[in-house]
Structure formats: C-alpha cells, structure tokens
Design a protein. Structure first.
Ligand SMILES: Cc1cc2nc3c(=O)[nH]c(=O)nc-3n(C[C@H](O)[C@H](O)[C@H](O)COP(=O)(O)OP(=O)(O)OC[C@H]3O[C@@H](n4cnc5c(N)ncnc54)[C@H](O)[C@@H]3O)c2cc1C
Length: 394
C-alpha cells in the first residue's frame, strides 16, 4: 500500500521577522509560499500539524480541465502547465502525469452534456474525445458492466496527493523559504490598524503581510479577527485500496465511483458525488449562504436524474431545470426538456415534497426552465431566459 503522506522535515527555528507569513501548509499554502519565494520575497510558512496532513493528502488527485465551467477553464489549463513545469524545474516528484481521465455513463443526457462541453473545449484548444459504447465498455471492462458511452480527456492528468504538498514544501526550502511544522498560528497583532505580527505556538514573527491558507479552519481563524469568511465544511470518504492482480485504469469515474492510481500498486476509491454536511455551529452560522447550493442537484438514489435547483419564489416552490448552450441553435435550450425529462422531474419533485414538513407540502409547485446561452468568446452568459411554469404536473 502506498504511504498516505510523504514525510517532510521542516525548519526548527522561528525567524524574528519576515516579509510574508503564510498560515497553513496544505497545497494552497505551500504553492503560494513557493510563488513568493520564486519572486525573492522572504516568506515563512506555519503549519499546525504536518505539511499536507489534512485535505491536501486526501483527495482524488485529479488535475482536470474536463467538464470545467467555461469561466474556470483557463485557470485549470494553466494549472496543468504549472504541475508539469514544477516537476521539470524543481526535480521534485509530485506523481504528476498527463495520463488522461476516463468517464463513463449510461445516461443519454449526461453523454449529450459531455459532447456539448467537448465542442466548446475543442474551440478553445482543449483535447477531449467522446467514446462510443464499445470503447467505453472495453476500457471500463473491470466494472463488468456495459456502458452507453464515455469521454477521455487526453490532456488531463493526476498527481499523488501524498507526495504533492511535501514536494512543493521541499522546493520552497531549497529557494530559502522557511517551513515550520507543529506551529499553529494563534492570532494576529495589529499596530495602527495594520498587521504587525503573527503570534504562533513557537513565538511571535513580526511581519506586515499574512496569507490565510488554513483550509477548513480559515473561517474560524478569520472570525476571531472580526473578518467574516463564509465557509461550508462537507465530509466525504475516500479509501486507499490495494488492487492485487486486478488491472484498473489510472483515473476513472462513473456515476457511483471514482478510482485513481496513487502509486506503488495502490488506488484511491471514492463514492462519486456524495458529501455529508455536519450541522455544526460553524455550519449553522453560514447556513443561509450555502443552502441554495446544497439544494442544487437534488437526487433520490432510487430514482433516475436530479433536480438542478430548488428555490422558493414567495410561497411557490420552484423546481428549476437549467440548460446551457454554447451556441444558439434553431431549437431553443428549453426544448431539451422533453416529455421524458418532464416526467423524471415530476417524479423527483413528488419524492422531494414527501420529505418536507406537512405544512410545506401544501405549497404551490412550479416547474421552471432556465436557458443560459454562452455565445461570447469569453464564455460569459450572453443571454439568460427564465421560463416560469414551463410545464405542469400533467
Ligand atoms: C473528496 C475530495 C476529493 C477531491 N478531489 C480533488 C481532485 O481530484 N483534484 C483537486 O484539485 N482537488 C480535489 N479536491 C479539493 C482539494 O483537496 C482541496 O481544494 C485542497 O486540498 C485544499 O487545500 P488547502 O491547502 O486549502 O487545505 P488543506 O489541505 O486542508 O490545508 C490547510 C492546512 O492549514 C493548516 N492550518 C489550519 N489552521 C492553521 C493555523 N491556525 N495555523 C497553522 N496551520 C493551520 C491545517 O493543518 C492544514 O494542513 C477534493 C476534495 C475532496 C473533499
């Protein structure tokens, strides 16, 4: 079984002063500190545990452009280049490889969405290819299932989450940065309203600039400074599995599972699209900011399909289907909600209503379709249409 996290030895002495303090040694903190060190900015990184010891060593490891929103795609493309460049320039091993990501599905609508995304992606130079049913079934042979189709995003890749953050931290030290482990930042001192120091478990560092990269802890740290940083923490489980004689793809996802090669004969196995929210005080504090997001893509595992958005319009409960197009066809986007899709949404709506308190079940229900057209070169929505009451119960 591959080691879950590469051990890393940091610095022992706390500098009295520096230009920038980065709080948090996950992938965001180490990458930010590395960028500063490359620009010759004296930087100290404080990590309360070990480098990469939290979320950054527990993810799928996908470095992905596939299915990205048009607005984040340029950033994802740049990130892939940076992963490649980092390995070549630093000599450190993050396990990054452009092995391609492999998706399969039996859902016609999902396959059609991927095909449309592929058209858009190719128009901006991103390589991705739809797979026929035979190709998807052959490549996904280990599932023992027949697949209607799939997609292979050739230029995407994976890195090893157990290696990545420690590798970047090593490169940071080589450039003269300071990395302190077991050194929680407790608070920030100000003088005349400006940051003047960071108070840590190991002592105080004088600085004028602090970058908070504390992952799931960022919100509570900011709150003690009077800074509101809405954050919702979700919990998901992934497993490291040894695959024995079974030959598995490097990176595979279906509606129910994802599998990613992690190195040394070991894969990461995760249940796709399932995350749990713990109703903690922290969650409740910002619940109103995030509830609309959690109500998106509502599913009942026993039924097919999902509801894109559930929202209240006054006392009317709206079941909203969102359709996106990269160009305006003769057939408008909302026409994609055919009678089959309407039946699916009605079934899901009934199931959703059964879970509501009795009083809410009496609400008027409206089925809306939002059509979004992304026609401009920067893929910003050029036109949005809301068709209220696009169809009814019958
Ligand atoms: C199931 C799952 C799968 C994912 N898959 C992918 C994927 O395939 N590809 C992808 O790119 N992303 C993926 N992600 C997202 C990715 O894991 C996160 O975006 C990323 O790890 C966040 O990094 P981070 O540095 O912000 O946080 P973290 O890794 O959590 O690092 C924050 C660090 O800050 C430290 N810290 C906090 N408070 C303090 C303090 N006061 N003083 C000192 N240190 C402190 C913590 O100890 C921690 O080490 C996935 C996420 C999940 C949940």
């Amino acid at each position: 079984m591959a080691r879950p996290l590469d051990p890393f030895t940091g610095d022992a002495a706390l500098p009295a002063r520096t230009r920038v303090v980065v709080i948090g040694g996950g992938i965001i903190g180490v990458a930010t500190a590395l960028e500063l060190a490359e620009r010759g900015v004296p930087t100290v990184l404080c990590e309360k545990g070990v480098i990469g010891g939290e979320q950054s060593s527990r993810n799928w490891g996908w470095c992905r452009q596939q299915n990205r929103d048009a607005r984040e795609l340029p950033l994802a493309t740049k990130a892939l280049d940076l992963w490649e460049q980092f390995g070549a320039e630093s000599g450190e091993n993050t396990g990054f490889r452009r092995c391609g990501l492999f998706y399969v599905s039996n859902n016609d609508e999902e396959l059609a969405t991927w095909a449309r995304w592929g058209e858009f992606a190719r128009s901006v130079g991103v390589k991705t290819r739809m797979l026929t049913g035979d190709e998807a079934t052959e490549r996904g042979g280990f599932t023992g299932q027949r697949w209607k189709g799939g997609v292979h995003s050739q230029a995407d890749g994976i890195a090893n989450p157990g290696l990545a953050a420690p590798a970047v931290a090593k490169a940071l030290i080589a450039l003269g940065g300071t990395v302190l482990q077991g050194c929680a930042a407790r608070g920030i001192e100000t003088t005349g309203g400006a940051v003047s120091a960071v108070v840590t478990e190991m002592g105080t560092i004088r600085t004028r600039l602090v970058i908070q990269a504390g992952g799931a802890w960022a919100s509570s740290f900011c709150r003690q400074l009077g800074v509101s940083f809405p954050q919702a923490t979700v919990r998901q489980t992934i497993l490291a599995v040894s695959t024995g004689a079974l030959t598995l793809p490097d990176a595979f996802v279906s509606k129910s599972i994802s599998i990613t090669y992690r190195g040394e004969g070991c894969h990461t196995l995760a249940i796709s699209g399932r995350a749990k929210v713990d109703p903690t005080l922290q969650f409740l504090r910002y619940a109103l900011d995030f509830l609309p997001m959690f109500a998106r893509r509502w599913r009942n595992p026993k039924l097919r399909g999902d509801i894109d958005l559930i929202a209240w319009h006054g006392t009317t409960l709206c079941i909203v289907e969102v359709k996106t197009r990269t160009r305006r066809d003769l057939v408008p986007a909302e026409m994609a909600v055919d009678s089959d899709k309407q039946d699916t949404l009605r079934q899901l709506a009934r199931s959703y209503l059964r879970r509501l308190p009795a009083a809410a079940r009496e609400a008027t229900i409206r089925f809306d379709v939002v059509s979004i057209y992304l026609e401009s070169p920067n893929a910003k929505p050029s036109h949005i249409e809301l068709n209220q009451g696009a169809f009814g119960w019958a």
